[in-house]
Unconditional design. Structure first.
Length: 136
């Protein structure tokens, strides 16, 4: 069972560029998309999910034709997709492109960039930043 949506806090990246968060958290905690959190027509990310203890859970990233769920450990899943949008894959099975959106990965498999949105990580493998939003 995942963490209920009511325990998730949304961090709006436009309000501040630095968030305090505890990075000692299970590798892949669950968080759910909240209908009022993102606007599907908007590209990029508009919210970072943080639980009541300050643990970064991840974010949803919208690209043309899909919404992706990016976990705090750098793994991603396709949350919603327009099946007319073409997907290409690297030989290791990771997404290379989804429509016009390009995906880049670090050698350990963590997502590095989705359509120009950069992701960085602490040495323990947890998110250090998404775009211009940094976690400490």
């Amino acid at each position: 069972m995942g963490i209920s949506a009511s325990s998730n806090l949304l961090f709006n990246p436009w309000l501040s560029s630095k968030a305090e968060a505890n990075q000692n958290y299970p590798t892949q905690a669950n968080f759910e998309y909240q209908d009022d959190a993102l606007e599907l027509g908007e590209e990029g990310f508009q919210a970072i999910y943080i639980d009541a203890l300050g643990n970064v859970l991840g974010t949803f990233v919208t690209v043309p034709g899909a919404r992706l769920k990016v976990f705090a450990n750098g793994q991603l899943t396709i949350d919603q997709r327009d099946f007319t949008t073409e997907i290409t894959y690297f030989s290791n099975g990771r997404i290379r492109t989804l429509g016009d959106a390009r995906f880049e990965y670090f050698s350990g498999g963590q997502i590095s960039s989705i359509n120009g949105i950069r992701f960085s990580y602490f040495t323990n493998g947890r998110l250090a930043s998404i775009g211009d939003v940094r976690f400490s």
